[in-house]
Design a protein around this ligand. Structure first.
Ligand code: SF4
Length: 253
């Protein structure tokens, strides 16, 4: 027992304060991308060609990058000597509308405003049921990490529960495979109204690397309405946490 107490004293307080400084994220972390203006269809388009999910497009005189499809592999940044696309270290990426995930050189389109209705209804308590709808377990693991002492999700009043009947909403990962469609729809129906749906990761938002595959449904919002999109492959736990806090209206970051 005494050894345990000494170990606890030595370890000190391990839960991270929020907001986290972008610089403290690991060096390999890729956050919100920026796209350079004045790229036309006559330019090399290497970034568009190399992207495995078709996340990069060209419209008018500028590049578009769909964060809902992006795997954050960084290939588009690596291949371009002119730095048409560069990734920043901004981890706050969650949005409530799908169109907010389109990055362009136009002024900020992303709406990160708090849903007042959600704050009013759910206050400072949010119970969520997780549904893995054909995910590879990467997003699921980064959601699980939020329950560790480092992130301590419970301090914000957010908890994952076992039954959808005890939940305020569902957190969906995976591209929603044909096999998981019925399970997802039943789980959604079992959550009492008003309810929230949160799509975590490129697969749940758009199908990710499985876009167009006959065995998937290309993400959650083809079946049920989504209240929050959290992009990434998988999203960093801080990106998920920031999204959940934004949804509750309690984020100060
Ligand atoms: S980082 Fe995203 S946009 Fe760039 S190549 Fe990879 S998937 Fe495509």
């Amino acid at each position: 027992m005494i050894k345990t107490l000494f170990a606890r004293l030595k370890q000190g307080y391990r839960t991270m304060p929020l907001p986290v400084k972008n610089e403290s994220l690991p060096e390999r972390f890729l956050g919100r991308p920026c796209v350079r203006p004045n790229i036309s269809k006559e330019d090399c388009q290497k970034c568009k060609i190399i992207c495995p999910t078709g996340a990069v497009g060209i419209e008018g005189d500028g590049l578009l990058l769909d964060l809902g499809r992006c795997l954050f592999c960084g290939e588009c940044q690596r291949i371009c000597a002119d730095k048409a696309i560069t990734f920043t270290r901004e981890y706050r990426l969650a949005v409530k509308e799908r169109k907010g995930l389109i990055i362009s050189n136009k002024p900020e389109q992303n709406s990160r405003e708090v849903k007042k209705r959600i704050k009013h209804i759910f206050g400072r308590s949010l119970k969520l049921r997780q549904v893995s709808a054909g995910g590879c377990n990467a997003c699921e693991l980064d959601i699980n990490v939020l329950n560790t002492v480092g992130f301590d999700l419970g301090r914000f009043g957010i908890q994952f529960v076992a039954s959808p009947r005890h939940a305020d909403g569902i957190v969906v990962t995976g591209p929603v495979t044909k096999n998981m469609r019925l399970a997802l729809e039943k789980t959604y129906k079992a959550v009492p109204s008003p309810k929230l749906v949160i799509a975590v990761g490129a697969c749940a938002i758009s199908g990710g690397p499985y876009i167009g595959h006959e065995q998937t449904n290309d993400g959650v919002d083809s079946l049920i309405p989504v209240d929050l999109y959290i992009p990434g492959c998988p999203p960093h736990p801080l990106t998920i946490l920031d999204g959940l806090l934004k949804l509750m209206g309690s984020a100060k970051c």
